[in-house]
Design a protein around this ligand. Structure first.
Ligand code: GLP
Length: 242
């Protein structure tokens, strides 16, 4: 079941996204959150920080599992997803850092790091709410279009398009990692509820393909159509074709 919410501006986008997460935490303080990086959720995280500072929401008993992490960047590299999460959210709220989890992208043995993350997720139980952004090629996490998709966390080779899209955060394209560890499609679909977020006219086509097109490994986000509880938060531009 896909429930589409279209909002009119950035403020509504952030308030709506943060509102969904805050309501969960209010009804279930020990909620397990699946978190996402990318530019789309940044404002939502900003709004969550505000709600925390206003005393509306607490993360003290919550835990979190991030979707993905680049391989080969030190954890404190400004563009590592661990650093991103610390900067954009964790350092500003009362979540206990030891309850936040991001795959370890700088492990000596990345295959083992992916297997360890898989085990960690299995032991955690079901994620209550999984946040997702959407890549221009239909990727979720770093599950890139391919002839086949994998269920559990695994290592991926990043698409050239993905590296180019993310090059804006690095000094040059050469610095963008070529590989990442990502939750698999199975890990994502295992969540109780999923919140997919997309903004901007450049996402309109892929949003339509993901939500209304055929379910195909060439558009990994199309598998969300098989999940019983998906909320899709869009601005008018991204939602133009759905
Ligand atoms: C990145 C991330 C995804 C993210 C997507 C879209 O590469 N791995 O998790 O959802 O690309 O990013 P943005 O929100 O910046 O458009």
């Amino acid at each position: 079941m896909i429930n589409i919410i279209k909002v009119n501006n950035e403020q509504q986008f952030n308030e709506t996204g943060a509102g969904i997460i805050a309501s969960l935490l209010q009804s279930k303080p020990r909620a397990i959150l699946g978190l996402a990086t990318g530019s789309t959720p940044v404002g939502v995280y900003g709004k969550l920080i505000e709600l925390y500072l206003e005393g509306v929401v607490s993360f003290k008993q919550a835990s979190s599992y991030n979707l993905d992490e680049y391989i080969g960047l030190p954890a404190n590299h400004p563009e590592s997803y661990r650093q991103f999460m610390n900067d954009k959210l964790f350092n500003h709220i009362d979540i206990l850092l030891e309850n936040t989890h991001v795959p370890s992208g700088n492990a000596v043995d990345p295959d083992k790091a992916a297997a360890d993350y898989s085990e960690l997720l299995e032991n955690a139980g079901q994620i209550d709410l999984q946040l997702l952004g959407l890549g221009h090629n239909g990727h979720i996490g770093f599950n890139e279009p391919s002839d086949e998709l994998q269920g559990p966390p695994h290592i991926v080779t990043l698409d050239e398009r993905t590296r180019q899209a993310n090059a804006r955060f690095f000094k040059s394209i050469d610095e963008v990692p070529t590989h990442a560890i990502t939750m698999g499609i199975g890990s994502i679909l295992h969540a109780k509820q999923i919140l997919l977020m997309a903004k901007g006219a450049d996402k309109a086509e892929i949003v339509a393909q993901a939500l209304k097109g055929p379910i195909t490994t060439q558009c990994p986000a199309s598998f969300l159509q098989t999940h019983p509880n998906v909320v899709v938060l869009l601005d008018q531009a991204a939602g133009r074709l759905v």
